[in-house]
Design a protein around this ligand. Structure first.
Ligand SMILES: Cc1cc2nc3c(=O)[nH]c(=O)nc-3n(C[C@H](O)[C@H](O)[C@H](O)COP(=O)(O)O)c2cc1C
Length: 476
């Protein structure tokens, strides 16, 4: 049987189909099926005679379009729970993520939200009945189960989950779920006693074994009673994120199984309890590298000085203050396969940290004697047993960038150096862009300089991680 791709049709035909399907409260694909059926039966309906559905609930609130090209589409089954109102927000959240949504409401769900609201928000016709002559002439429940990329059930009631676990198909929602060959994501919501009931526990276990994805429920107050416990439906934004995770094609994970240790940010070297020596590092580059390595599948530990940045998801973040703290936490985080030292570690600290706040006195300024801090990059590069196979340092310079970076790679004993010019006019320190030169060693130990164009710090991170992945692949 041939298949028809609507997006390949002429624009005029597509406009006609959109108009006609909107008027008839059907998706464009359904409208095409109706036209073909009418044609086969010899009774094509002329455009002029098209009528709007008679009741407001049947009528689409806004003009609908079929699934947009290149977009994902979700069949959203709304069950009969008090959390159904959150599913209206879920429609919005999915659409914000360019996901088309077709809603199915169970009979019980219609006690909580109306098909009209779901239709207005989804810009699509809403489905409620298994025996709907408008969509069942060609087994609409099968199409709703298959003509999407993911089925989301929110709220997934105890009843719906029991039916799924048992394989019932006595209404549209359960028939779709039984006929599905797409991934299914459930967002359960129910009273904590229902959730903890032995029957529900059995059903949840069975559904997990059947490969059904689940998000939540979370703990909290129940809307319909004064009870609290586990049973609240996850927030719409969390469900949308879980849906996107399932829909996203699996990313390549070239650093899977590798442990990556990264440092980022400045260090603060205390002068007294309220004052410290610091530098202008924002930590953005190191955090971007941590996120990129995590996305590449690595197990990432990020040891960060004081910065105003949020932990990258999936990364173990250890917050420290001083260079000595940082070295201590870095050593404790070994062994690692790759170590990237992007932190701007203070070279010096005061020799005698004041126990109390230093006071102005007539004796004049307090002498601030400086002593050298430990050199984290050199220390780790020169380790005998636990040296990571690939050690990468950063060289932030304001003059003679390449010359100084070459000297640094030799002096510190690291494998690569990422050199960047941090003169104030470059805006690199604290900014979102970076211009870097990657210094690596050839097989014959000669230093090679690769100059990259101006990029965002995320792009630099992605390039660096790609280069690391390639090198690790060669090494193994
Ligand atoms: C006010 C009210 C709130 C309800 N909330 C829930 C709920 O949050 N979770 C649940 O599993 N059932 C809840 N129920 C029970 C379901 O509506 C009932 O089991 C229904 O048969 C579910 O149908 P469905 O699974 O086809 O949507 C509630 C019932 C009422 C009257």
């Amino acid at each position: 049987m041939a298949s028809l791709t609507i997006r390949k049709l002429d624009d005029a035909i597509k406009s006609y189909l959109r108009l006609r399907s909107a008027k008839n409260g059907r998706s464009v694909e359904e409208e095409v099926r109706v036209i073909l059926r009418e044609y086969c039966e010899g009774s094509p309906a002329p455009t002029a005679s098209l009528t709007l559905p008679s009741t407001p609930a049947e009528r689409p609130a806004v003009q609908r379009t079929g699934p947009a090209i290149g977009q994902a589409s979700v069949t959203l089954i709304i069950g009969g729970g008090i959390a159904a109102f959150k599913s209206l927000e879920l429609i919005r959240r999915l659409k914000e993520r360019h996901i088309d949504v077709r809603c199915v409401l169970t009979k019980a769900a219609q006690q909580f939200v109306t098909p009209l609201s779901a239709s207005a928000l989804s810009h699509e016709r809403v489905y409620t009945d298994l025996f709907d002559p408008g969509s069942e002439f060609d087994a609409g429940h099968i199409r709703l189960a298959r003509e999407c990329d993911l089925i989301v059930v929110a709220p997934a009631t105890a009843d719906l989950m029991a039916k799924m676990a048992q394989g019932h198909a006595d209404d549209l929602a359960s028939a779709i779920l039984l006929a599905a060959n797409r991934p299914i994501l459930l967002a359960p919501a129910m009273n904590p006693l229902m959730w903890n009931n032995a029957a529900t526990r059995r059903n949840v276990l069975q559904l997990r074994r059947d490969g059904i994805h689940m998000i939540g429920p979370s703990a909290g107050e129940m809307a319909e009673s004064n009870e609290a416990g586990v049973g609240r439906m996850s927030e719409a934004i969390e469900i949308a994120a879980a849906a996107v995770d399932i829909l996203r094609p699996p990313r390549p994970r070239p650093l899977a199984g590798k442990r990556v240790l990264i440092t980022a940010g400045p260090t603060h070297e205390a002068i007294d309890p309220v004052r410290y020596i610091a530098n202008r590092s924002s930590g953005k580059q190191g955090f971007a590298i941590a996120a990129a390595a995590q996305a590449a599948g690595a197990d990432v530990t990020l040891v960060s000085g004081p910065v105003e940045l949020r932990d990258p998801p999936g990364v173990t973040v250890i917050r420290v203050e001083s260079a000595r703290d940082m070295l201590h936490r870095v050593e404790a985080a070994l062994p690692a396969d790759i170590a990237i030292f992007a932190a701007a570690v203070a070279d010096w600290r005061v020799a005698h940290e004041g126990e109390q706040k230093l006071k102005k006195t007539s004796a004049g300024m307090p002498p601030l004697q400086l002593v050298e801090n430990p050199d984290i990059l050199a220390t780790i590069s020169k380790l005998q047993d636990k040296r990571p196979p690939l050690v990468i340092g950063f060289a932030a310079e304001t003059e003679q960038l390449i010359h100084n970076a070459k000297a640094k790679i030799a002096r510190k004993g690291c494998d690569w150096i990422v050199a960047n010019d941090v003169s104030p006019e470059t805006g690199v320190m604290g900014g979102d862009r970076n211009t870097v030169h990657l210094l690596t060693r050839d097989d014959d130990n000669k230093i090679r300089v690769d100059s990259w164009p101006v990029m965002t710090k995320e792009q630099v991170a992605a390039e660096l991680v790609a280069k690391i992945a390639k090198t690790m692949e060669k090494k193994s």
